[in-house]
Design a protein around this ligand. Structure first.
Ligand SMILES: [Fe+2]
Ligand SMILES: [Fe+2]
Length: 133
C-alpha cells in the first residue's frame, strides 16, 4: 500500500466511527475492484473511496456552518436535507485538509450521493461502490 493510502487510512480511522470506517474500507476495496475491471487507475479509485465520506461525521449544523464559512453554495433541497452536504463539504476537505489535487477525485467525492448526467468513469465507480457497500 502506498504512503498516501496509509496516511489517509489512518486519518479516516481517527475521524470516523468504527461502523463508518468499515463502510469506508469497503468502498475503497470495491472501488479498487471496479477500477481493475474497467481500466481506471486503482490508487486514484482507492483515494476517492477512502475520502468519499470524510465529512460524514459532521452533524447538520456543522455542515451548514462549514458551507457558510467556506462560501460553498447551499441549495434549498440541501438546506432541508443538510446530510446531502457531506458530499460538497467532503470534496472541499479532501482538497484543503487531505491535500488531494486531482480534480477527478474531488468531483467523484462531490457527486457520490447524487450522481449527474454524463459521469466520468471514476465518478461512476465511486457512486456504484458506495451503493454496493
Ligand atoms: Fe456518502
Ligand atoms: Fe458512503
Amino acid at each position: 500500500m502506498s504512503d498516501v493510502l496509509k496516511k489517509l487510512t489512518r486519518e479516516m480511522e481517527k475521524v470516523q466511527e468504527p461502523k463508518r470506517f468499515v463502510h469506508t474500507q469497503g468502498v475503497e476495496y470495491t472501488a479498487a475492484a471496479l477500477a481493475m475491471r474497467y481500466g481506471e487507475d486503482v490508487e486514484r479509485a482507492q483515494v476517492a473511496g477512502l475520502l468519499h465520506d470524510c465529512a460524514k461525521c459532521m452533524g447538520n449544523d456543522k455542515l451548514l456552518s462549514a458551507c457558510e464559512k467556506h462560501h460553498i453554495p447551499v441549495t434549498d433541497v440541501e438546506r432541508r436535507n443538510p446530510y446531502l452536504l457531506h458530499a460538497k463539504v467532503g470534496s472541499y476537505l479532501a482538497k484543503k485538509e487531505y491535500k488531494v489535487e486531482d480534480p477527478e477525485i474531488l468531483s467523484a467525492i462531490l457527486y457520490h450521493t447524487t450522481g449527474h448526467p454524463n459521469m466520468t468513469l471514476l465518478e461512476k465507480i465511486i457512486f456504484t461502490a458506495d451503493y454496493i457497500e
